[in-house]
Write a protein that binds this ligand. Sequence first.
Ligand code: ATP
Length: 585
Amino acid sequence: MDFSPIAEIFEDMYKTNSRLVLIDHLVTLFNRTPFIIIKKIIYLLQGKLSPAYEGVELGLGEKLTIKAIAESSGISVKEVEVKFGSVGDLGEVAKEIAKNKYQQTLIREKITIERIYSTFEKIAKSTGSQSQFIKLRLISSLLNDATPLESKYIIKFLLGTLRLGIAEYSIIDALAIAYTGNKNNRKKIEETYNVYTDLGTIAEILCKRNLEGLNQLQMTPLKPIRPMLAERILDPTEGLKKADGKIAFEYKLDGERVQIHKDDSEVQLFSRSLEKITKHYPDIVDSIKKFSIQNCILEAEIVPLDLETKRIQPFQELMHRKRKYNIENVIMKYPIKVFLFDILYLEGKDLTEYEYTKRRAILESTAKKNRNNSIEVVKQIVSSELKDIEIFFRNAKDDGCEGLMLKQLNSKYRAGAREFLWMKLKKEYDNTLGDNFDLTVIGALLGRGKRTGYYGALLLAVYDKNSDTFQSICKVGTGFSDRDLELIYNELKNYVVEKKYYNVNSNLKMDIWFTPKLVLEVIASEITLSPLHTAAYGLVQKNFGLALRFPKYSGRIRVDKKPEDSTNTSELIQLFNRQVKRNKL
Ligand code: ATP
């Protein structure tokens, strides 16, 4: 299949401001795509070569890309650098340069998806001393034959700056429309995706017009499933009311959520957003390999420990584990502990249909049989007595926990769902909101005075799943240290777009707009009605959205969250209603 019409669709996607138009483009694309390459198309749309959890990185730097553009067009590296300096986007630079050259080239081999894909795969696989040279040849040869628009998207893909911003939900909608003729089938597709997170394989089955075929996609070790999430509550009584009698209380640790997969001698670890994080924790991998189990999927929270006292440390200490080099040294200096809280799969059996109590018993016996000093099952009590709970809560705080998790005894594991089957109760439950907000940065005002050269305030948004839009909820300018300002500025500059992004919904005037990517944690005192902000606009009161009062950056970038995992509009409305109710009391 030719790449050219796809590059055109990518260009249209960049230009559109409407999600419906974007889905239309996707539907057209899917209808034109033959079965044999649908998988590749899906991964390309996601900016990847394979499902994200496989962690295949193209890892191409700007320097090498500039060289390739220069080589394929016969102009000097210096000239490409100068153009890059003025345009700011290497994709655009490649397009401009290719425009001049393209007319002069008489013999060209067509660029097909198959060719692009196999070249990208070769680039990803090439390692060793000759790898830079090989990569350069491979890219130049593609660019030699590419049209200007194709060049733009080849370069963007290679650099990891494709950022079409298509949420998985939009791809799922388009798959439902294109291959089943009924948008309502998105529910079934999403349910499958929750336990089988390879959208390429899902699309292949649907492409054969075989919705029922999705039933064959079952949970499998080494493929992460979407995590079950918790609703917020403000005090333990609220949790007890939701339960029919007793409920399980577990320590809520503040570290990194991990899904541990074992299949024979292979162990892989996945983050909350299903990225492979195995290489950060070789010590955990070694411990799990020793388990006398053929295959399993466990869920746990990894927390940093103090080297001397072995007490739990703030989550930031896990940062040291993200280093690429000298990890052996880091393991010694920055010990960790794994607190298991669930088991989803054991010896070929899916356990997610078992009730919590049964899964917890299996988890405990599994951990007991495979004793290990740095792995333990998270502390738990089962009770309906407020007195017990308060003591447990106090102990949790003393032990360095963030609060408690409440889990309904008869709850099944519902992948990807946020319901009251699990509830979270944080330390600060005496504040009216009970939790922080995880918000996506969509725009910024340039800094003045001390902040010249950085951003002065950031415009933040909640996510609305129904419309797949990011809706503004507040501007935040406080809580940033000088280091935060620099760090956030450097991160955000990768996401600057010329105009408001197509799925950003805001009425405010900003100096800069961003592709929704970066998620920040924010503290606020209250949720208020706002005529300016678009969060949950018109849903609580006509002509009003919701806003945060006195928002402040908490100091935490939620690297473990995708923008679609930000606080969403239904959570926001729920929190607002609860605040109104409490204020009336
Ligand atoms: P938060 O912002 O509170 O970390 P979140 O949005 O990442 O929340 P939630 O489902 O809302 O995810 O909160 C549950 C999180 O708490 C889990 O993702 C997990 O990382 C962490 N956690 C700590 N201890 C436990 C536990 N005992 N059971 C389940 N999750 C736990």
